[in-house]
Ligand binder design. Structure first.
Ligand SMILES: Cc1cc2nc3c(=O)[nH]c(=O)nc-3n(C[C@H](O)[C@H](O)[C@H](O)COP(=O)(O)OP(=O)(O)OC[C@H]3O[C@@H](n4cnc5c(N)ncnc54)[C@H](O)[C@@H]3O)c2cc1C
Ligand SMILES: NC(=O)c1ccc[n+]([C@@H]2O[C@H](COP(=O)([O-])OP(=O)(O)OC[C@H]3O[C@@H](n4cnc5c(N)ncnc54)[C@H](O)[C@@H]3O)[C@@H](O)[C@H]2O)c1
Length: 467
């Protein structure tokens, strides 16, 4: 049994905690999978590299509108895939090598295996090499992330399916791809694979795609998706069967009866579940909620003193910027137990890197109504600002919700070009309490940049303070 000052389980955002400020502490890092976690290996980074390639592949479909005739000659899938993972895999390997062997990490021991608690502050690691190690620690950080949920559809296991963990490493592009799900992962991969020439079908149980977004945004996204992919709304997949020709038949129940879809590959994208169950938390006093999330307080501490948690294993947001923020809070609190800081989850933004992009922060209009929050709305079409007009955009818009009295922004929802970047000044205004009127009037907005979308949406807010 070896004792440590600090034991970290999981090397996604958990790996960002240890730096030279921990030089005088004995640290153990436990990882059962690939070093670097979801974002680097199977999440944000590779998906956005595929999205960028898809954006390029998609330009011929719209360029002739501008008098530029392009033709997509082909997408060399192995070249696309191998370029992306040829850049990513060495980073994961380098991160592992650094923690294992670099002099900076003389105080750090890496355990390659699965950590499971065998006492309140005792962890047994079942090593990938067959060894078993028992570690105790003064402080622990649970940073074990989440994994894709696989619904129990009869036949699905037998026909085989992909999740976001495997779909990016396909040997070859399928002719037809069925995507079960209608959230982030479904929207991004639909764009990627359809831009590469794959026939994509989105199978949604709900009436709308991206139903967690503000309804106007979800409706617009669904409308656009219906023009690009085969979209089956209100379809519940109930059976999967392998046919003699090797294809996969999906049977779905819809409001009008039984429907069938034949595809070559299936991507399951119905959400992710926290990896709290990988650690045998019953051996500790660490509480887990009904959704399997580790319960933490505002300091990211679990129900056991000195055991902290961060990221997807505890957060309903399941976003990398949230995991990184929480890792910074945990780092501070582990180093300064008598002067701890709180995490800030007031204004957590997100973006969906599909085509078009979606970005949002704060409450939706429906949430404002349900919660009785007073608000005014400012809407702005991309078509009516100079750059959107230059692009001849016809579908994008922003809506900003603000308190009519104080002018404080309470929500912003954008669908359209560069939405993920255009939203950033709104996040800044909300975080620092800048009111909409001052934000619109008391600074320059570069003309004719896309950010004029925000300036104009702000100016359209019917605020009491406006003179
Ligand atoms: C396809 C996809 C695209 C995404 N795109 C974005 C995006 O564009 N922007 C964004 O903000 N977010 C995105 N996300 C979400 C983002 O990847 C996650 O929110 C983030 O990576 C979570 O980080 P984490 O540190 O909590 O967990 P992880 O990075 O998942 O790290 C957890 C680690 O713990 C290890 N582990 C688990 N159990 C044990 C155990 N018992 N013992 C030892 N090790 C264990 C796992 O192997 C893993 O390496 C995306 C996710 C996916 C799936
Ligand atoms: N750009 C980004 O930031 C990004 C990209 C990808 C993933 N992520 C993160 O990863 C998480 C997981 O993504 P996701 O797309 O898997 O989940 P999601 O929660 O975004 O969407 C899942 C959708 O599947 C539906 N669903 C649930 N069960 C179903 C079933 N049996 N059949 C059909 N549909 C079903 C849900 O109603 C939901 O609309 C996201 O919530 C997000 O936090 C973020």
């Amino acid at each position: 049994m070896t004792h440590y000052d600090l034991v970290i389980i999981g090397t996604g955002s958990g790996n960002t905690i240890v730096n030279r400020r921990f030089a005088d502490r004995k640290v153990a890092i436990v990882e059962r999978g690939v070093f670097g976690g979801t974002c680097l290996n199977v999440g944000c980074i590779p998906t956005k590299m595929f999205v960028h390639t898809a954006d390029l592949a998609a330009t011929p479909s719209i360029s002739s509108r501008y008098g530029v005739d392009e033709e997509l000659v082909g997408v060399r899938w192995p070249a696309v895939r191998d370029r992306i993972f040829g850049r990513i895999d060495p980073i994961a390997a380098g991160g592992s090598e650094y923690r294992h062997h670099h002099a900076d990490n003389a105080n750090v021991t890496v355990y390659d295996g699965t950590g499971r608690f065998t006492g309140t502050k005792e962890l047994t690691v079942d090593g990938k090499d067959g060894t078993t190690s028992v570690l105790t620690g003064d402080q622990f950080v649970l940073a074990t992330g989440s994994r894709p949920i696989v619904p129990s559809i009869p036949g699905l296991e037998d026909v085989g399916y992909h999740t976001s963990n495997t779909i990016m490493r396909l040997d070859e592009l399928p002719r037809r791809l069925g995507i079960i799900g209608s959230g982030f992962v479904a929207a991004e991969f639909a764009h990627v694979f359809s831009s590469y020439g794959v026939d994509v079908t989105l199978i949604a149980r709900s009436e709308l795609l991206m139903r967690h977004e503000d309804t106007e945004i979800a409706e617009r996204f669904t409308e656009i998706a219906q023009g690009k992919y085969d979209v089956r709304l209100e379809h519940d997949t109930v059976r999967a069967t392998r046919r003699d020709d090797g294809s996969i038949a999906l049977e779905m129940l819809s409001p009008t009866g039984v429907d069938e879809l034949v595809v070559d590959e299936v991507l399951v994208a119905v959400g992710r579940t926290p990896n709290s169950d990988t650690m045998n938390l019953d051996a500790t006093g660490v509480a887990v909620d009904d959704e399997g999330r580790v319960v933490v307080d505002e300091y990211q501490q679990t129900t056991v003193d000195g055991i902290y948690a961060l990221g997807d294993v505890t957060s309903p947001h399941q976003l990398k910027h949230v995991a990184n923020h929480e890792a910074r809070v945990v780092k501070h609190n582990v180093l300064n137990p008598t002067d701890r800081i709180k995490s800030d989850h007031r204004f957590v933004p997100h973006a969906v890197f599909s085509a078009p992009q979606i970005a949002a922060v704060g409450v939706t209009e429906e949430e404002a109504q349900e919660r009785g929050i007073p608000y005014v709305v400012g809407r702005q079409q991309y078509a009516d600002i100079a750059y959107g007009w230059a692009m001849e955009d016809t579908t994008g818009f922003a809506k900003i919700l603000a308190d009519p009295e104080s002018g404080q922004i309470i929500g912003c929802h954008i669908i359209g070009p560069q939405a993920s970047s255009v939203i950033q000044p709104v996040i800044q205004a909300m975080s620092f309490g800048l009111d909409a009127y001052s934000m619109a009037r008391d600074q320059y907005w570069i003309h004719p940049a896309m950010s004029e979308l925000i300036e104009n949406a702000l100016l359209k807010l019917d605020l009491k303070a406006k003179s």
